[in-house]
Design a protein around this ligand. Structure first.
Ligand code: NDP
Ligand code: AKG
Ligand code: MG
Length: 420
């Protein structure tokens, strides 16, 4: 029994097989969250572009039945002032297996904790998958943006994002400081009473399941390497353990052999026979190497906070977070979303680039096995960029561009589909 969700008539649920593959009917119901801020601008454009691609690709025989579900500010308007994330929203995503969402606001300092993170944790969407690829013609601040071709596997359920934090001066902070000092011998540290504390949980299971997915992806997509990015020199038992557990898993589960005594190792791709190198790099060095030598990196596996920073930094190299898509995945559920946030200064202005959301939907279509529609979106995106009719973010860096609105860019993409 749903309270405020309107279940569309004529659609059917996507279901899961025992091996987690999907049964996708020709008329699937797909839940979506509009999102806060620019969510109200980009989400309708994304829906329209996806509908056009599906219609064109399948000649009207397939159609997504979109089902709006609520989170964030819109949820408080529909469900009541304090209901930011209704339980039926989580249930709907779980039951429908595939969903897409717009960005949701998280206040800085105080206020509610991130609804985005809460959804990932509630549904155990432990992989945040963010491909970073270059489209010809996109303006970029680097000289050779076409050399950036990476796929980020960001651990999405642990790390400092767990939200275990104690405010400076609170009883709990004082208790924890006393415990650290008196029971755990943390005497050398500076712990003035004004200290706030955060806890960074990183587990072996959490690290292994993420690295397993990253290596499997490299095998399935014929990638040359998987790089474990960490700050394990400083945070030895969390970030350092992530690296060590990653290498151990590569050897134990995928038969990787150490190179020159390790820790780098190499496995043979069982599909192609080619070698896949498993390597690691410390996060700060990584952030300069992706600018200086991006071609050396392919699949990236990293913890939650590193993955957050790396996502935006890499996106900038290929044109910015206006075209940076992503997915949050468990073994059974996938929820797609742009890398960027609510960009509040542009909210409601029909201004920003809807590309991130549209490319997230493209990932969703591919996940559903609707490859023809996904391909159509990619070719329409390429055509739109080459036509130089682009939103402000590209127009401000592109010679001879015609600036179009958010909805205008969606229309440019749909027009591109007509010629394909
Ligand atoms: N998954 C989610 O729902 C996420 C939510 N957030 C939340 O969003 C809120 C705002 O965060 P903020 O740090 O400002 O980050 P945002 O990603 O919202 O925006 C930062 C800047 O990125 C550029 N940008 C963002 N979206 C687009 C787009 N669609 N097209 C073109 N450019 C874009 C703009 O740059 P310019 O100024 O140069 O034009 C914008 O000012 C916060 O509450 C944060 O917690 C943040 C990230 C992810
Ligand atoms: O949840 C948020 O508000 C921010 C999350 C974020 O930046 C991300 O997941 O990339
Ligand atoms: Mg982020």
């Amino acid at each position: 029994m749903v309270q405020h969700i309107h279940v569309p008539e004529g659609g059917q649920k996507i279901t899961l097989n025992a091996d987690f593959s999907l049964n996708v009917p020709h008329h699937p119901i797909v839940p979506y969250i509009e999102g806060d801020g620019v969510g109200a601008d980009i989400t309708p454009v994304m829906l329209k572009v996806v509908d056009a691609a599906v219609d064109k690709a399948y000649g009207g025989t397939r159609k997504i039945h979109w089902m709006e579900i609520y989170a964030g500010a819109k949820s408080t308007r529909v469900y009541g002032p304090d209901v930011w994330l209704p339980e039926e929203t989580i249930q709907a995503v779980k039951e429908h297996v595939v969903a897409i969402k717009g960005p949701l606001t998280t206040p800085v300092g105080g206020g509610i904790r991130s609804l985005n993170v809460t959804m990932r944790q509630s549904l155990d969407l432990y992989v945040c998958l963010r491909p970073v690829q270059y489209f010809d013609g996109v303006p970029s601040p680097v000289k050779e943006p076409h050399k950036v071709n990476m796929v980020i596997f960001r651990e999405n359920s642990e790390d400092i994002y767990a939200g275990i934090e104690y405010e400076a001066g609170s009883d709990n902070a004082r208790k924890l400081i006393a415990f650290l000092r008196d029971e755990l011998g943390a005497k050398k540290l500076r712990f003035p009473d004004t200290s706030a504390l955060g806890v960074k949980p990183v587990s072996r299971e959490g690290s292994e399941r993420l690295v397993r997915k990253a290596i499997q992806y490299a095998i399935d997509h014929d990638k040359p390497s998987v790089t474990l990015v960490h700050k394990g020199n400083i945070m030895k038992f969390t970030e350092g353990a992530f690296r060590d557990w990653g290498y151990a898993l590569a050897q134990q589960e995928f038969g990787a052999e150490p190179i020159d005594g390790g820790p780098w190792c190499r496995l043979k791709n069982p599909r192609t026979g080619k070698l896949i190198t498993i390597k690691d790099v410390i996060a700060d060095a990584f952030l300069q190497q992706i600018i200086l030598r991006p071609a050396e990196y392919s699949v990236i596996a990293t913890l939650n906070l590193n993955g957050d920073y790396i996502s935006d930094a890499l996106a900038a190299q290929v044109g910015g977070i206006g075209i940076a898509p992503g997915a949050n995945m468990s073994d059974s559920v996938a929820m797609f979303e742009a890398t960027h946030g609510t960009a509040p200064k542009y909210a409601g202005k029909d201004y920003v680039n809807p590309g991130s959301s549209i490319l997230s939907a493209e990932m969703m279509l591919r996940h559903m096995g609707w490859t023809e529609a996904a391909n159509l979106i990619i070719s329409a995106m390429k055509g739109a960029v080459l036509s130089k009719k682009v939103t402000y973010d590209f127009a401000r860096l592109m010679d001879g561009a015609t600036q179009v609105s958010c909805s205008g860019f969606g229309q440019v993409m749909i027009d591109q589909m007509a010629d394909r």
